[in-house]
Ligand binder design. Structure first.
Ligand code: HEC
Ligand code: HEC
Ligand code: HEC
Ligand code: HEC
Length: 369
């Protein structure tokens, strides 16, 4: 048989981040871009595509919807092999069966499967007696990977899990390459395999320059509509109970504060979610509206029109009583810690209090600390 060149594409570790990760530009990752990147990098008839699993990090109802959307995507991308992580394996037999059906017969086990020139198995740390071919997807970290590679010197490629971005070149133990597609589904690895050996390694990030793949976009939309239709947002716990005045009432007495708020990004935070149909997603709305953890807080734009967006009371707290008797019942200080509830290291990595406060400054300019 003549020697052939192959391309191996590796991606995965979505960890629940079906949409681009974080709220701060440039956002990277997301399955719509991943679908496009995989299409761009594939060479017809010469490509093997591996998906490393870890679709989600838990097993809530929303996680199930995510995992099923991932299984649809993986089928649409025609992944040749899919590894399940501990998260998927911990699911009930029912849940697993629905994933296996959706992903066809692509799910890899520890007995190995032949895909082009590769014999690929998916291995947990425990399945030490597995039949190991030349490629292994290990459900473990770098330390586990090094140990595994040392005890399996004939292995050509070991794919493991790691947070952060993939290494810029593959680590090597003997002649075994150790690679990981990194975190949150943000990267795709491309390896070329020439004359029976891995020869090149490239990492592709999924930044805003990557277009959305139409087929994956349709799968993602279906997932979003499922979230909305399931009413998950209406089932969020609401431990607090205090009376809100709403943005209009506060604004009627505090004209200059209202003017500055109107001009700020906070005043269109719900619109931001509506534009992408993320407004009924319980993983998004809490930071983009007023009082979702409160019985009297935001329900929907129609039911609670003055509790939309990051409103006055998102920062100042519920203020119905102050609105009725402003001279008697004072509002408390806001201060920086309130901002950090929403401006987290994930959603707002560049947050710096004074810089940000200056952009939305109102009142007498005092910050209260
Ligand atoms: C309830 C959640 C929440 C709180 C509390 C909050 N923010 Fe925000 N903030 C947001 C959201 C959401 C956005 C993005 C809105 C959009 O563009 O749709 C944002 C955007 C901003 C922006 C615009 C960023 C830019 O680059 O234009 C500034 C500035 C800002 N916030 C400052 C603050 C400060 C200062 C505090 C505390 C005093 C604060 N925020 C408290 C949720 C919050
Ligand atoms: C923990 C609070 C929090 C959650 C949860 C959250 N956001 Fe945000 N979002 C923010 C903050 C804060 C900003 C402003 C970040 C900045 O500019 O520094 C923001 C900004 C954004 C922006 C950018 C607006 C712009 O034009 O710059 C988008 C888009 C966005 N969020 C969408 C989402 C989506 C979609 C989800 C759910 C998958 C989500 N957010 C969940 C807090 C949150
Ligand atoms: C009926 C008019 C009115 C409404 C409605 C109103 N305020 Fe006030 N607010 C006042 C007055 C008057 C003061 C000054 C009270 C004083 O200094 O004795 C004040 C003071 C404040 C202060 C400074 C701290 C304090 O309590 O003195 C903040 C902050 C504030 N209001 C925020 C809000 C917010 C947020 C809302 C909506 C929940 C709101 N106000 C609704 C009239 C109003
Ligand atoms: C992103 C958070 C945030 C939002 C949204 C916000 N404020 Fe404020 N506001 C602050 C902070 C921070 C201060 C500075 C004083 C402090 O730390 O309490 C302040 C100060 C004020 C003051 C002056 C208090 C004083 O003693 O000088 C008033 C009045 C006020 N806000 C009213 C409003 C009204 C009305 C709205 C809605 C139209 C609003 N704020 C929206 C965070 C916010």
């Amino acid at each position: 048989m003549p020697a052939r060149d192959w391309v191996l594409l590796v991606s995965g570790n979505t960890e629940g981040y079906l949409s681009p990760c974080g709220c701060s530009k440039p956002m990277s990752g997301g399955i719509k871009r991943r679908g496009q990147m995989l299409k761009t990098l594939a060479v017809p008839g010469k490509t093997i595509l591996l998906e490393t699993g870890r679709f989600t990090t838990g097993n809530s109802i929303q996680d199930r919807f995510k995992a099923e959307a991932m299984a649809d995507a993986v089928s649409a991308w025609k992944a040749d092999g899919v590894a399940f992580s501990r998260v998927e394996r911990d699911w009930s037999a029912d849940q697993q069966a629905s994933l296996q059906n959706l992903a066809g017969d692509r799910v890899l086990g520890d007995s190995g499967r032949t895909l082009g020139p590769f014999r690929v198995s998916a291995i947990t740390e425990q399945s030490a007696s597995a039949a190991v071919g030349n490629v292994v997807i290990l459900d473990g970290d770098r330390e586990d990977a090094e140990k595994f590679a040392r005890s399996h010197p004939k292995l050509q490629l070991l794919i493991y899990r790691q947070q952060g971005m993939p290494d810029s070149s593959p680590a090597k133990i003997g002649s075994t390459w150790l690679v990981s597609p990194g975190e949150k589904g943000k990267y795709v690895l491309r390896l070329s395999y020439v004359n029976g050996k891995f020869s090149t390694y490239n990492v592709f990030g999924l930044g805003p320059e990557v277009a959305d793949d139409p087929v994956t976009t349709a799968i993602f939309r279906r997932y979003q509509r499922r979230i909305a239709a399931s009413g998950l947002i209406d089932q969020l716990p609401r431990p607090n109970d205090a009376s809100f005045a709403g943005n209009e009432l506060c604004s009627s007495c505090h004209e200059s504060a209202a003017k500055s708020w109107k001009a700020s990004a906070h005043a269109h935070a719900l619109k931001t979610l509506e534009t992408t149909e993320d407004d009924r997603d319980p993983e998004c709305a809490p930071c983009h509206v007023v009082g979702l953890d409160n019985r009297q807080g935001f329900r929907s734009r129609a039911e609670t029109p003055s509790l939309t967006d990051v409103g006055c009371e998102s920062c100042h707290g519920a203020g119905r009583e102050h609105s009725d008797k402003p001279a008697l019942l004072k509002m408390g200080r806001v201060g920086e810690s309130k901002c950090l509830n929403c401006h987290t290291s994930n959603t707002s990595p560049n947050f710096e209090f004074l810089t940000y406060w200056r952009k939305i400054e109102h009142g007498m300019g005092k910050t209260g600390g």
